[in-house]
Design a protein around this ligand. Structure first.
Ligand code: UDP
Length: 240
């Protein structure tokens, strides 16, 4: 008999950088398709999948402000709308792989996305649909990492997965130092005390306070996503 997944419901955070793949800007169609395949595999195993997408490949509010284009609040609104665009592309990529997908936004955009509600999201997840959550938390001065933790807690995900370009959390930058060591397990307090760059502090505190474990792993590594969900043996785990 086939082994059943360790985590029955997950929240996957895909940053804008991850969606851009090898491109400097915009969205990489091949990357989206690869991600969709991996997600299809999970759905096939009965895993309930919620996804939060970032927007940094298109716009970041803080940068737009620095550039002098707009004020911070407007910049953050542009950033949140960027995540909606990424989500639209992600939804279509998933549906091309015959995965039923719901696109739910924290900001109402009638006729384009449906409005987020945790009750509806949980109902959709239970029926086997993938839910893509966009527009972050709907508020300026937050990040999509925080949105991922918030949504993860709301939908009662068993694990929040942060997809990155490295294999986990290291004591120093593995791209710069050959002797960098990867942590297999960290506590939330260790991340906070040692100022390890996992997610922003708001996100880490939310997960700590609500006791939802985090797993940082390399999305570009074949089979990594599956391995995290099957037995959690991949990358770095952050928990109590
Ligand atoms: N953003 C926001 N509130 C949120 C989430 C995101 O204002 O709750 C804005 C913010 O300007 C941010 C941008 O959307 O820079 C894109 O999100 P983020 O930088 O988190 O994307 P990622 O780094 O994951 O690509």
């Amino acid at each position: 008999t086939e082994k059943s997944p360790r985590f029955s419901r997950i929240l996957l955070k895909l940053s804008g950088e991850a969606l851009a793949g090898n491109k400097d800007m915009g969205i990489d169609a091949n990357i989206l398709d690869q991600m969709s395949l991996s997600i299809a595999h999970l759905v096939g195993l009965g895993v309930q999948v919620g996804i939060v997408v970032g927007g940094g490949n298109l716009y970041r509010g803080s940068q737009l402000q620095k550039d002098g284009l707009v004020g911070r609040v407007t910049g953050d609104q542009m950033g949140m709308l960027a995540t909606v665009m990424n989500g639209l592309a992600m939804r279509d990529a998933l549906e091309r792989r015959n995965i039923k997908t719901r696109l739910m936004s924290a900001i109402a955009i009638n006729g384009v996305v449906e409005q987020y509600s945790s009750r509806n999201a949980i109902r959709f997840l239970k029926s086997g649909d993938v839910c893509v959550f966009v527009a972050g938390t709907g508020n300026p001065f937050f990040t999509t990492d925080t949105a991922a933790c918030l949504r993860g807690i709301e939908i009662e995900a068993k694990l929040i997965l942060k997809a990155t370009k490295v294999d986990g959390v290291y004591n120093k930058d593995p791209n710069k130092y050959d002797d960098a060591i990867r942590y297999e397990h960290l506590t939330f307090d260790q991340v906070l005390d040692e100022k390890l760059e996992v997610m922003d502090l708001t996100a880490i505190c939310l997960c700590r306070d609500h006791d939802v474990p985090l797993q940082v792993f390399n999305m570009n590594k074949a089979g990594a996503l599956l391995s995290v969900v099957m037995d959690g043996n991949e990358g770095t785990r952050v928990s109590k």
